[in-house]
Write a protein that binds this ligand. Structure first.
Ligand SMILES: *Cc1c(COP(=O)(O)O)cnc(C)c1O
Length: 371
């Protein structure tokens, strides 16, 4: 019996992707082992932070890195760092930042919710949020005119959560940052490419450890040495409330060392989705196809379109029943309102596609016979 079942919880089959609500990633045994060993021993945390920074820098091509408890903490700590630097009295004063250069400029279409609010994380680090333009339209002048001598940073959110149309590019923000001598922070929480934004010239880049990298609940900031040192210094201030444990740091570093986005097991994924699509296509009112990720990543999912007149059940109702079963099955529901759900094979444990096929048969055939 698994630990969650011992605690009285239902088993979960995750067919939705890397979802914080389901615990983000299930780590590889080698990562879990590193975390276990780290948990059972002592280490000088200040040295661990420095060594971790070197490993992060190697993985990203930046000068240095700083582990965090997650990408959300990474936003708050980065903002605190650009406001307070390594100045202890200022670090201890945050998030109260009156009189300091505390404005953080963000395009309105980037002031989004990722499970919590980006502007709130900026405020947590002492930033005064300056949203510019409109939700679907920002011009360079909006950014340029917002910059003044109290501006601490420009923040760019690279994410599917951001509005994709009508925003100014990261290149434009980097150019403005250089022109005015203001650091540019990139929230790249779920991005697969750990080097791209550093190489483009961003001053600080934030990643989640539990998303693309497949590590434990954790995160990191990477970038310019002086600013990363200031990030580490925030653990004497607001960062303390977001402390990252030695176990998580150990797991994060092992995950980073093993990370190779191009080596994700695509043939194995394809075998699973082909099998599942064939099984589901035999069900009444179900049309299953294999679809590549919308953003063009090498992810192949089973996309299921229900003919709700035949199934007598909406896609929304089907997902509800899948979630209420035991094991509970969670699907990818971005298009559920159009009668479509998807199964993401990446988080599957061995053989879980068989449990999904059986449960789908049970729910949809029962429905057909119920007439
Ligand atoms: C997930 C996410 C975060 C938060 O990451 P955590 O590691 O869960 O704290 C922040 N920003 C964006 C854009 C995200 O997608």
């Amino acid at each position: 019996m698994g630990i969650y079942q011992q605690l009285g919880l239902k088993q979960v089959i995750n067919a939705s992707g890397k979802m914080t609500a389901l615990g983000a990633s299930a780590v590889h045994p080698s990562i879990a082992q590193a975390m276990g060993e780290a948990a059972m021993d002592y280490v000088e945390i200040s040295e661990l932070m420095i060594v971790a920074g070197r490993h992060i820098a190697e993985a990203t091509g930046a000068e240095d890195g700083c582990p965090t408890s997650g990408a959300a903490a990474g936003i708050a700590i980065s903002v605190a760092a650009v406001i307070a630097g390594c100045h202890l009295s200022l670090i201890e004063r945050l998030p109260f930042s009156e009189g300091l250069n505390n404005k953080v400029i963000i395009q309105k279409g980037h002031a989004v919710h990722f499970g919590a609010s980006v502007p709130q994380m900026i405020a947590l680090g002492g930033g005064k949020v300056v949203e510019v333009g409109q939700a679907n339209h920002v011009e360079e002048d909006h950014l340029r005119e917002a910059i003044d001598d109290q501006t601490a940073a420009l923040l760019y959110v690279k994410s599917h959560h951001s509005i994709q149309k009508g925003m100014q590019s990261l290149d434009t923000m980097l150019q403005l940052g250089r022109e005015f001598g203001i650091p540019v922070i990139v929230d790249a929480a779920a991005e697969e490419d750990l080097r791209r934004y550093v190489a483009m010239g961003a001053d600080l880049v934030i990643y989640s450890g539990g998303k693309a990298i497949g590590g434990p609940t954790s995160g990191f900031i990477t970038g310019r040495a002086d600013l990363v040192a200031a990030c580490r210094a925030q653990y004497k201030g607001v960062g303390r409330a977001m402390k990252v444990g030695k176990e998580a740091i150990a797991g994060l570093l092992v995950a980073l060392g093993q990370y190779a986005p191009e080596k994700q097991n695509v043939p194995e994924q394809c075998r699973r989705v082909e099998w599942l699509a064939r099984e589901l296509n035999s069900l009444p009112g179900v049309k299953a196809v294999i679809a590549q990720d919308e953003a063009g990543r090498a992810i192949y999912r089973v996309q299921v379109q229900l003919d709700e007149r035949v199934t007598k059940m909406t896609a929304r109702e089907l997902t509800r029943q899948l979630e209420q079963g035991n094991p509970a099955i969670f699907t990818r529901n971005h298009y559920v309102n159009t009668g479509m759900i998807a199964f993401d094979p990446r988080p599957f444990h061995e053989g879980q596609e068989h449990i999904i096929a059986a449960r789908m048969k049970e729910l949809l055939q029962k429905q057909g016979e119920g007439e």
